[in-house]
Design a protein around this ligand. Structure first.
Ligand SMILES: [Fe+2]
Length: 416
């Protein structure tokens, strides 16, 4: 998702020379620790922990903006996105991210031009990474109405919404309490899918004025190049670009690309087939080499060896080297393995919507140019091929699903 692959949209707002003048004024200089601080990170301790730089990109001039941050487990980091829509009455925020001072300052600038934030939408019932920033974001905009997906749940205790920090008196549930801005937005719901501990539900929204279909986790598009978001600190890419733990981190376009593609495989399959996990003794023998004795390099602890052919697994996530509309493998194998028909019906409903010109998901690349026909094509492809496979790259996901079934944590039974 590097700048060159953003389908001709403007570069990001890091406050650098590449940003257009209107956006370059947004946001403080790169590296302003206080402004990028996210104090609630211990609730979900994901990389980059307490410091969350935000990249702002204007996806449709004067109508749609992307506010992106990174999040990940150790260095397996992918973009998480809040989309800002300009509506007739003001701004709508879809998919909360950490409201740092930097992010809020950028939003205040949009408010000055386009009107106040009037609506905040949490469109997923299960995505904790989208849920956790909601209370702080809602507090920053005390006059905004908050809308959440049906079926909100918490673990290990089922707590009422206001105990989770959702503001009492101005939080409503989509579909159950109505739908906001129905004259400008078309809403649909994927789910609910019973996950045992709670449910999965993803409420999509078509912004008719721009043709942007917003989704949270349901669909993704992955680019062959690393997202621009890594420009500020490419360490996760460089870490995964290496072949051994005693190799120093070195920077370059090829290393960044290689690291990104491996990182995507981790995020997609957890342990893809071409990845060998090394025994502890071997990991230890390569660690603590000169130049690697620092936390940034995890002291040289690198328990992986990529075998020849891993690039083909990455290529399969693209279409002839270009991004494609797709269901993330994690969702196919862990959320929808026994609910393909529900997904196909949703895709076919989307295919009948008039005016879709692009998808904006909450992760990976956006916008992804597409039309209703692309959703119909995806549904046909998913229907024609083996569903939720268990071999090859999918083996680890399948093993997790099997274990959850065996333990009775998700409803259903293993296929015969
Ligand atoms: Fe997510």
């Amino acid at each position: 998702m590097a700048g060159g692959l953003f389908f001709g949209i403007g570069p990001g707002a890091w406050g650098d020379a590449r940003a257009p003048a209107s956006l370059a004024r947004m946001g403080p200089p790169r590296g302003c620790l206080v402004d990028q601080h996210w104090p609630w990170w211990p609730l979900l301790p994901l990389y980059p922990y307490g410091r969350r730089p935000t990249l702002v990109r204007e996806l449709v001039p004067g109508q749609v903006w992307s506010f992106e941050q990174l999040q990940g487990i150790f260095y397996v980091a992918v973009p998480i996105r809040m989309t800002v829509l300009r509506l007739r009455e003001g701004l709508m925020l879809y998919g909360p991210v950490a409201p740092t001072r930097e992010l809020l300052a950028q939003l205040r600038q949009l408010e000055a031009s386009y009107g106040p934030v009037i609506t905040i939408v949490l469109a997923t019932s299960s995505g904790l990474e989208h849920k956790l920033p909601l209370p702080a974001l809602a507090r920053a905009f005390p006059r905004a109405q908050v809308w959440v997906s049906p079926g909100q749940w918490s673990f290990p205790l089922r707590l009422p919404l206001r105990w989770l920090g959702f503001p009492a008196g101005r939080t409503q549930t989509l579909f159950e309490d109505g739908l906001p801005h129905g004259d400008q937005l078309l809403w649909d719901s994927l789910g609910p899918v019973d996950l045992g501990l709670g449910c999965f539900q993803d409420v999509s929204c078509l912004h008719k004025a721009s043709g942007s279909l917003l989704v949270t986790d349901a669909l993704v598009a992955i680019g062959p190049e690393p997202p621009e978001l890594f420009d500020a600190d490419p360490t996760p890419l460089l870490f995964h670009a290496r072949d051994r733990g005693d190799e120093p981190l070195s920077d370059g376009a090829e290393q960044r690309r290689k690291g990104w593609q491996r990182l995507v495989l981790f995020a997609s399959y957890f342990q893809p087939a071409f990845l060998e996990v090394l025994p502890l003794g071997q990991v230890w023998s390569q660690a603590f080499q000169p130049g690697l004795r620092n936390p940034r390099s995890y002291f040289g602890l690198y328990p992986f060896r990529w075998q020849a052919g891993w690039q083909e697994a990455f290529s399969a996530l693209l279409a002839d080297g270009q991004p494609k509309l797709q269901l993330a493998p994690v969702l196919e194998r862990l959320v929808f393995p026994r609910h393909r028909d529900l997904l196909l019906a949703w895709l076919r409903r989307l295919s009948r919507l008039q005016g879709i010109s692009q998808m904006v998901g909450a992760h990976y690349l956006a916008p992804m140019p597409c039309t209703g026909a692309d959703f119909a094509r995806l549904a046909a492809e998913l229907e024609a091929r083996p569903w939720a496979p268990s071999g090859g790259d999918w083996a680890t996901l399948a093993a997790i699903d099997g274990r959850l079934l065996d333990w009775g944590l998700v409803p259903g039974s293993r296929p015969k």
